[in-house]
Design a protein around this ligand. Structure first.
Ligand code: MN
Length: 219
């Protein structure tokens, strides 16, 4: 049987490119072990869905649509596996693209700058709220900058484990210990504060542009 395995998306930069903010050791382990692990377990679950004519249609959906709107149709025996590993698969994909080498940091594109100011008052105030949200995640989880299509505004959303956010994610920050412990030990606050030095605002602004223009078309 033909199996379309989802690949591990390559990092958009070298493993050591985010140093000194995130060490090469963390990046290798995180990408090659953790992200690969989510991809492998997701692929195994999708291939099980594919073998049953009743659930085959679910495996044909994109992971994002599967998680967003069809999770309840996944048999209970596989639902947790798909939710956790599918979420891990897509969240990490966005996380890598939410960052760029610190030397490449450029001026914030005007679209995202304007929307951040509109939603949070200032970049500084956004960073403060985002950091606070990240510190408030108990155990393992994520902090996202999302676009809320109903309010037509950027906002912050946190999720537990590998759950995806309800809104459209623009930036993702992994606050699982595996994302920082090797370098920052228990100092999550320092990790989050440093992380702002590697945020890829251009990528975030491109995503925002996509979702804002999509929302306008729906009106
Ligand atoms: Mn992770």
């Amino acid at each position: 049987m033909k199996c379309q395995n989802l690949p591990l998306p390559p990092l958009p930069y070298d493993y050591d490119a985010l140093e000194p903010v995130i060490s090469s050791d963390i990046m290798k382990l995180h990408h090659l072990r953790h992200h690969q692990g989510y991809a492998d377990k997701l692929n195994a679950a999708l291939s099980t869905l594919r073998t049953d004519p009743e659930t085959k249609y679910l495996a044909k959906l994109g992971v994002d649509s599967l998680l967003r709107s069809k999770l309840e149709e996944v048999p209970v025996s596989l639902r947790g596996t798909i939710r956790n590993n599918g979420g891990g698969y897509v969240n990490h994909g966005l996380f890598w693209n939410s960052m760029q080498p610190p030397s490449e940091t450029v001026k914030m594109p005007s679209l995202i700058e304007r929307e951040i100011n509109k939603a949070f008052g200032s970049l500084k105030s956004f960073q403060h709220s985002f950091t606070k949200a990240g510190m408030g995640v108990f155990g393992s989880g994520w902090v996202f900058l999302i676009y809320d299509g109903v309010r037509q505004s950027l906002t912050i959303e946190t999720t537990a484990n590998q759950d995806i956010p309800k809104g459209f994610p623009i930036l993702a920050l992994d606050v699982w210990e595996h994302a920082y412990y090797l370098q920052y030990q228990n100092r999550r606050l320092e990790y989050i504060e440093k992380w702002f030095e590697v945020v890829n605002w251009s990528h975030a602004s491109e995503l925002l542009e996509t979702v804002v223009s999509g929302a306008k078309e729906e009106l």
